[in-house]
Design a protein around this ligand. Structure first.
Ligand SMILES: Nc1nc2c(ncn2[C@@H]2O[C@H](COP(=O)(O)OP(=O)(O)OP(=O)(O)O)[C@@H](O)[C@H]2O)c(=O)[nH]1
Ligand SMILES: [Mg+2]
Length: 195
């Protein structure tokens, strides 16, 4: 699959009603600044269509990107943003909860983690939460691959698997938005899921 067309179609605040869509949704979750928006740009071959920033907390709304007029990629605000107020952080958790329960168009949840580090407590909680809420493990994207040595990739991936408590079947894809490594694997997986 190739992403020929991507369009930011809906922007929704955390307190707004969750849109009911008639196309499948692929949802990106991950801590603030991990690279969710960059991931969207990389797989769709755009520069800064999904706004990115080195300052955490760039994405503060739920952004629905319509891809090839066929499915949505949903970019969520990151969790664990230290500067967000407790109220904002609670809103986020409440929203995710509500979203997972309300939307019946969620096709797949994609958890983005940083390949350099062991998943944080919040990453692990998110992973378990997704499993208990949906009955399925999310796809895990281990991003910022360009920042580690090639020889270290396998051991990083197995550390991430162990720490998250993911099964051997759980897809963990090494990825870099910087040099686009892993894009083919991601697009292949999306097309298999969309079949
Ligand atoms: N080297 C490198 N930098 C990356 C990669 N992905 C993201 N970044 C950088 O990490 C920073 C955060 O990226 P974003 O895509 O804005 O992160 P986000 O997860 O959308 O953050 P929030 O919107 O705050 O939740 C930016 O400075 C990006 O350039 C990557 O694969 N490699
Ligand atoms: Mg973002």
């Amino acid at each position: 699959m190739k992403i020929n067309e991507i369009k930011l179609e809906k922007v929704v605040g955390l307190n707004s009603k969750i849109p009911s869509n008639n196309m499948k949704e692929f949802v990106l979750v991950g801590r603030s600044n991990v690279g969710k928006s960059s991931f969207i740009n990389a797989i769709s071959n755009r520069k800064n269509y999904a706004h990115t920033s080195s300052t955490p907390g760039k994405t503060r709304t739920i952004n629905y990107y319509l891809v090839n007029n066929k499915f949505y990629i949903v970019d969520l605000p990151g969790y664990g943003f230290a500067k967000a107020s407790i109220e904002e952080q609670n809103n986020w958790a409440t929203f995710i909860n509500k979203y997972l329960k309300t939307s019946d168009m969620i096709e797949e949840i994609i958890l983005i983690v940083d390949i350099r580090h062991k998943p944080s407590v919040k990453d692990c909680q998110m992973f378990s939460f997704i499993v208990s809420a949906t009955g399925y493990e999310p796809i895990v994207i281990a991003t910022k691959l360009d920042k580690i040595k090639k020889s270290g990739v396998n051991s990083k991936i197995s550390d991430i698997r162990n720490e998250l408590g993911a099964t051997e079947n759980c897809e963990i894809i090494p990825f870099s938005s910087e040099n686009k490594d892993g894009t083919k694997d991601v697009l292949k997986l999306l097309s298999v899921i969309m079949e």
